[in-house]
Design a protein around this ligand. Structure first.
Ligand SMILES: C[S@@+](CC[C@H](N)C(=O)[O-])C[C@H]1O[C@@H](n2cnc3c(N)ncnc32)[C@H](O)[C@@H]1O
Length: 256
């Protein structure tokens, strides 16, 4: 049997130890057409952090300068990302995903719809977040992240206080963070961590605000699966407080 931990070791020269990735990079072998698509399209649409230097320049990433940048971490098969990108051609979308089969699905959607406003980071979204410049994004989505339900695995959850620090850093003032889960325990965790974070203000005013998916929030594959098995997803929207406001960061959320 292949040892996935071995596969997940990044190639390259020895350096400082990298954090452990708790997601699969590979699934079933790609069908030949998908494999060709990955080979043809991914290099053109990839954000390569190693080539970009310590802080990637996001200007010039797209053919025309977008009116705003949105980020999605762990986009899965890319349904939500591709639908958002199709609905907002003026916005530039950056998606991070580790699972190559998911990336191939997003590439197929990009190809079919002729989307020109999507770029992909193939790798750990936490590495991307650390490298991205301050206040670059108007919106960030982390939808149905892996719940890691066992208590001893909770450190594997992508939403940790330090991730929220980085999310607060890369979001511009008034920007929006969107989170979703169908796992009641992860929901409690998400709400505890985000409401405790000084940069985020939960936008919900009534139960429907978290029980019903907003109309401008397309469904994702994981959400469909959750609904099909009778689970109840929750949709959370947070506003990134203005940096000038008192207590809006940690302290000011500028430098985690
Ligand atoms: C439960 S799936 C949800 C996928 C999608 N957001 C949806 O709603 O259908 C979680 C996704 O996060 C990805 N993932 C897990 N850890 C990640 C990380 N550190 N960086 C980027 N993607 C990650 C997984 O590969 C998987 O596709």
């Amino acid at each position: 049997m292949t040892d996935r931990r071995q596969e997940d070791k990044p190639p390259g020269p020895p350096g400082p130890p990298r954090r452990q990735l708790y997601g699969r990079r590979y699934g079933r072998p790609l069908r030949p057409a998908r494999a060709r698509l990955v080979e043809r399209l991914l290099p053109r649409l990839s954000l390569d952090l190693a080539a970009a230097g310590s802080v990637p320049a996001l200007t010039g990433l797209f053919e025309t300068e977008p009116e705003a940048l949105w980020l999605e971490i762990g986009f899965g098969a890319g349904e939500h990302l591709a639908a958002q990108a199709a609905a907002r051609p003026g916005v530039g979308f950056l998606g991070a995903e580790v699972f190559v089969n998911g990336i191939a699905s997003l590439l197929a959607r990009i190809d079919e719809a002729g989307l020109r406003n999507v770029r992909i980071y193939r790798g750990d979204g936490r590495d991307l977040l650390e490298a991205l410049p301050e206040a670059a994004f108007a919106r960030v989505a982390v939808l149905f992240p892996d719940p890691w339900p066992k208590t001893r695995h909770q450190r594997r959850r992508i939403l940790q206080p330090e991730t929220l620090d980085h999310l607060a850093r890369v979001l511009g003032d008034g920007g929006e963070l969107r989170l979703a889960t169908d796992d009641p325990d992860y929901l409690t965790w998400m709400l505890e961590k985000t409401t405790a974070h000084p940069a985020f203000e939960w936008l919900a005013r009534r139960a429907a605000d978290w029980r019903e998916r907003p109309p401008d929030w397309p469904p994702s594959r994981y959400e469909r699966k959750a609904l099909a098995k009778g689970a109840r997803p929750t949709y959370l929207r947070f506003r990134r407080r203005d940096r000038t406001a008192r207590g809006s960061g940690r302290e000011a959320g500028e430098a985690p």
